[in-house]
Design a binder for this molecule. Structure first.
Ligand code: SF4
Length: 378
């Protein structure tokens, strides 16, 4: 009999022997952003690149576009643009991106989605997104009294009204969009209200993301730096949602959604929970058995295994130096529950990540609050 460490689960074997298909999240402006949200986990990434302004050059853009399309064995390829704030790259950058995609499509269909804080949107951007069928993800935390609690610009000014103007431009132009809403301390107790607000704003696809972070304080006037929970001096960030607060927030939304909105409004967390429960592909990593499929390409081609693990220790390689296929095939889903030990080379390059971010280090009573049927559903 083969020793256990040489065996792999059936689903991993199927994945590794099937056609290679994966999504990459591109960060052409790295951590660059015109806002300074209190809870932003990405602004500090500037330190990794020596504080230099990160911007993807057209040479890198062309090279990664070609390599990414070529590496995917499937007829449809998805580009996900993320930040920082990806709109700071300017419209011409994305015109060029679309041009390169057409040049290297080789018969494949290419889709684009972009996540934005919405404050730099103009009618010209909206027209470009519609004409090129971009799906836009808009960051919107709810009504002004919640959104403006932590989503402030670099001067500390509120951003809600600018985001709503951007949203109106998308709606006027008929751009397909969804909303990304963080659930933080200011959101607690307002689940039903936030849900009603997003519906009123025209969002039919909603993502809710709990903000749970640890920080280390620097000088009095400096923004605290976000660190891993077990880092020396780490303390829970005051903007973090409590576990029960998040559970109650989602339960309150669920109570409304399940009665009136099934099939009309889509809440990613509910869809993913159902998919995972039915044994289908879950779509959100927290429901998966292992980490995989969320790799990030930084402005200079550096590839990391996950948006939440852009740290030097988790860098897998650089797509300009190593074929993407090779890098992605190293991304074995062995970090979480799989009994497969990482190959020696991979251990060196991909130290075990406590994914989902920080799970297992704190109890999750909020998840129970959300999942337990504490009252009748219908
Ligand atoms: S808009 Fe996004 S990237 Fe910019 S500071 Fe806020 S959370 Fe960070």
């Amino acid at each position: 009999m083969r020793p256990q460490e040489q065996t792999i689960p059936l689903e991993d074997a199927a994945r590794l022997s099937g056609p290679l298909a994966f999504n990459l999240m591109f960060k052409p402006a790295g951590s660059l952003c015109n806002l300074g949200c209190s809870y932003c986990y990405y602004l500090d990434k500037a330190d990794i690149y020596g504080g230099r302004e990160p911007r993807m050059s057209l040479e890198v853009l062309e090279a990664v576009t070609k390599a990414y399309i070529h590496a995917n064995d499937v007829p449809e390829v998805q580009f996900v643009w993320h930040g920082g704030e990806p709109l700071v790259m300017g419209l011409d950058f994305y015109r060029k991106a679309v041009e390169f995609q057409k040049k290297y499509a080789n018969g494949k269909t290419v889709f684009n989605s972009i996540q934005t804080n919405g404050t730099l949107l103009t009618p010209e951007w909206a027209r470009f997104f519609r004409e090129n069928r971009f799906l836009v993800g808009l960051s919107l935390d709810g009504p002004a009294f919640i959104h403006d609690r932590y989503r402030l610009d670099r001067g500390g000014a509120p951003t809600f009204s600018r985001v709503m103007q951007g949203l109106q431009m998308l709606r006027t132009e008929g751009v397909e969009f969804n909303t990304l809403t963080t659930v933080n301390k200011a959101s607690e107790g307002h689940g039903a209200q936030v849900y009603a607000f997003l519906k009123e704003a025209g969002s039919h696809y909603m993502q809710f993301l709990p903000v749970v972070e640890y920080v280390r304080f620097r000088g009095k006037k400096e923004r605290p730096v976000i660190v891993e929970p077990l880092a020396p001096g780490a303390a829970p960030a005051f903007w973090s949602v409590s576990a029960t607060g998040f559970g109650q927030f989602m339960a309150d939304i669920f109570d409304v959604w399940v009665r009136r909105d099934v099939g009309t409004y889509y809440v990613q967390l509910f869809d993913s929970a159902l998919a995972a429960w039915c044994g289908m592909k879950e779509g959100v990593c927290i429901f998966g058995k292992s980490c995989s499929g969320n790799a990030v390409v930084e402005h200079n081609g550096d590839l990391y295994t996950c948006d939440h693990f852009v740290y030097p220790a988790y860098k897998v390689g650089n797509v300009l130096q190593t074929p993407i296929r090779e890098l992605m095939e190293m991304d074995l889903p062995a970090q979480k529950l799989s009994p497969v030990p990482l190959p020696a080379g991979l251990q060196r390059r991909m130290p075990a990540a406590p994914e989902p971010r920080h799970r297992g280090q704190r109890p999750l009573p909020g998840l129970q609050a959300f999942l337990l049927p504490h009252r009748p559903l219908l």
